[in-house]
Design a protein. Structure first.
Length: 144
């Protein structure tokens, strides 16, 4: 099976919570890992349905919460109110196109260290931060 490491991690997490591994949870994890970028549970549900028509939206939604708790998915709440999920990777921030919905990831060391300077100035301990820049992507700008 593809993504053995992730499936094993989910298994361990479910066991630790006294929950059972199910074919449905396996299938949802697999579809999530194959999806690219920042997906909503609705998008995942549409994809899961193609191969597993018996899986309902609620199961997808709840499984995504489990995957987040297990550290296999990262929840992002961008403007607009729809929760999106991405595969956890190195710290990054986002540019969000408000026209086509494209999400671009970026990393900027200057921003990261500027934040640390600001925190120091106010004797503030940063636990986390998010940067989301909203605007029009290159394609949308050119398309008028
Ligand atoms: Zn766009
Ligand atoms: Zn991201």
């Amino acid at each position: 099976m593809a993504h053995e490491v992730e499936h094993a991690a989910l298994n361990r997490y479910l066991e630790s919570k006294g929950l059972k591994q199910t074919r449905q949870r396996e299938a949802i994890l697999e579809v999530f890992l194959e999806a690219v970028g920042h997906v909503t549970s609705e998008e995942l549900f549409q994809r899961v349905r193609e191969s597993h028509p018996s899986i309902g939206y609620t199961t997808v939604y709840r499984t995504m919460k489990l995957l987040c708790e297990a550290g296999l998915a990262h929840e992002r709440n961008f403007e607009g109110g729809v929760t999106r999920y991405e595969i956890p990777h190195d710290h990054h921030d986002h540019l969000v196109c408000v026209r086509c919905g494209k999400i671009i990831e970026f990393e900027c060391q200057m921003i990261e260290s500027a934040q640390e300077d600001i925190a120091k100035r106010y004797h503030f301990q940063i636990l986390r931060h998010r940067h989301e820049l909203y605007g029009h992507c290159d394609a949308c700008r050119k398309g008028g």
